[in-house]
Design a protein around this ligand. Structure first.
Ligand code: DX5
Ligand code: ZN
Length: 228
């Protein structure tokens, strides 16, 4: 049975109380802390940078999963690794020399992921699949939390798994955007093992309980799907 990991996205957390919010989801069993970095260019929104990642690293006990939604990500890889990022993902639409970027991340000891926007085909991963630790499938257009899950993303997960398998890659698949208790069954059955959730966890009023119940829903889905 595939291991399911829950990655609460702090984008929907109370930014004035990030330490407390992270402690709550960790009590609820969070496996990773998902950190959304936005530059106001690749996506319309602006969020946080390396200084905040460094501060989060002091309080988080789980690995930091840093999702870069920025132009020219190569410029900032060193800084994010130095700040404490354990996993770094870059958008294939933003990384002009993706192979170099992925290896730059790995050479510095972090896990490297490639991210696909909803309109970007899985086939674009064919020649980089063997180099990836994980693939992040966006199930909303990046930039904001609380958007509706794009149903086609379920087929996309299967396409990505097929591309990875064809390349002999055991890379995990992460999904991000509109994930909630109502769709984790389908998401797990389609092959995603890292589930990012922002609004479903931090918008719930009880992030600890929501993390725990999302895991339960996802584990039920994985058991239903059987071993891969
Ligand atoms: C969107 C971000 C997501 C976002 C997900 O651009 O990459 O990580 O926080 O939030 P929800 O789960 O609310 O869609
Ligand atoms: Zn994200």
């Amino acid at each position: 049975m595939p291991r399911i990991r829950i990655a609460p996205s702090i984008l929907s957390a109370d930014f004035a109380a990030l330490g407390r919010e992270i402690a709550a989801v960790e009590r609820g069993g969070a496996d990773l802390i998902h950190v959304d970095v936005m530059d106001g260019h690749f996506v319309p929104n602006i969020t946080i940078g390396p200084p905040v990642v460094r501060a989060l690293k002091r309080v988080a006990t789980r690995p930091l999963d840093v999702h870069l939604m920025i132009e020219d990500p190569d410029r900032y890889i060193d800084e994010f690794v130095a700040a404490g990022a354990d996993m770094i993902s870059v958008h294939v639409e933003a990384a002009r020399h993706l192979h170099r970027t992925i290896h730059c991340i790995r050479d510095q000891g972090a896990k490297a992921g490639a991210v696909l926007n909803p309109a970007t085909p899985a086939a674009l991963l064919e020649d980089i699949a063997a180099d990836l630790d994980y693939v992040l499938v966006m199930s909303v257009n990046p930039g904001f939390g609380g958007q509706a899950f794009i149903p086609h993303s379920i087929d996309k997960l299967r396409h990505v798994r097929a591309v990875l398998d064809a390349a002999g890659s055991r890379a995990e698949i992460e999904i991000d955007g509109g994930v909630d208790h109502g769709n984790v069954a389908d998401i797990g059955a389609a092959g995603a093992t890292i589930l990012v959730a922002g609004h479903a966890i931090f918008g719930s009023g009880d992030p600890e309980a929501a993390t725990r119940s999302l895991r339960q829903a996802a584990l039920g889905a994985a058991q239903g799907a059987g071993p891969r």
